[in-house]
Design a protein around this ligand. Structure first.
Ligand SMILES: NC(=O)c1ccc[n+]([C@@H]2O[C@H](COP(=O)([O-])OP(=O)(O)OC[C@H]3O[C@@H](n4cnc5c(N)ncnc54)[C@H](O)[C@@H]3O)[C@@H](O)[C@H]2O)c1
Length: 242
């Protein structure tokens, strides 16, 4: 395999203005690709080869509008869509109002469906990478997040179903399950004692970085992962193993 085929060349990245999405977009640029970045706002950063567009991932019309322009912006149909946009909230079950449950399910669950559907329409072949979380597989007493965990479980089920459904079209679908990553989303880092206790028990003994997750996204999006579909790849410093 030629080394440049390890990296996707024409990539749509959602959530591209912050955290993991931003690191992923930057890594695609660094490896010679072009990026169409999608987020609620498009003003946080810019770079050659990077085009930012605004869309709310829960709104199919606004996502379709952006994806319709992808081939022109990227110089061909996208060969990868890496869906990083999402939200994190936690609240104990007894205090969790229905509208907050529905909001989290809508952004993380329905948003993944909306983006995956637009991706399947825009792509000829390639890879879709969705972002789940260790929360899909592991409960959390300190930051109870029933809605977040369930929404990320939906992403895993969606990944496996779409891998089967889109395989014959040459589209692979995989998910990355980050652990505790140092981004603006992460809240445990506001509590030093909790962070220290978590890290003492974590095989990697450190927080993850946005680049740790971006590298996994790029691997799954490139042809080095050409025989991998329907997989969930933890990028968690060993959290789920321990
Ligand atoms: N940071 C972590 O520790 C961690 C752990 C596990 C999973 N994840 C997942 O990784 C993904 C990226 O997280 P992050 O840490 O980079 O978060 P982040 O908050 O830094 O970035 C998320 C981005 O998504 C965008 N976004 C939110 N709602 C949107 C909407 N409706 N439409 C369009 N864009 C929207 C935000 O504007 C933001 O730029 C998320 O799906 C998150 O659940 C993160």
């Amino acid at each position: 395999m030629r080394i440049e085929r390890l990296f996707p060349r024409r990539v749509i990245v959602t959530g591209a203005m912050s955290g993991i999405g931003r690191a992923t977009a930057q890594m695609v640029l660094d490896t010679g690709g072009r990026v169409l970045g999608v987020d609620l706002d498009d003003s946080a950063w810019s770079a050659p080869g990077f085009t930012a567009r605004t869309a709310d991932i829960t709104d199919p019309a606004s996502v379709a509008h952006v994806f319709d322009d992808a081939a022109e912006i990227l110089g061909g149909a996208p060969d990868a869509v890496i869906h990083c946009a999402g939200i994190y909230r936690f609240k104990s079950l007894l205090d969790l109002p229905l509208d907050e449950w529905e909001r989290i399910m809508r952004v993380n669950g329905t948003g993944s469906f909306v983006v995956a559907q637009a991706a399947a329409r825009a792509m000829e072949a390639g890879a879709i990478v969705l972002l789940t979380s260790i929360a899909y597989a592991s409960g959390d007493e300190e930051e109870p997040g029933a809605a977040y965990a369930a929404s990320k479980g939906a992403v895993v089920s969606l990944t496996r179903q779409l891998a089967v459904e889109l395989g014959a079209r040459g589209i692979r679908v995989n998910a990355v399950a980050p652990g505790v990553i140092d981004t603006p989303m992460t809240t445990i880092t506001q509590n030093e004692a909790s962070t220290a206790a978590m890290l003492a028990a974590l095989p990697a003994r450190r927080l993850g970085t946005a680049d740790d997750v971006a590298a996994a996204c790029l691997f799954l999006a490139g042809e080095g992962a050409g025989y991998i579909t329907g997989a969930v790849l933890p990028v968690d410093g060993g959290y789920l193993a321990s």
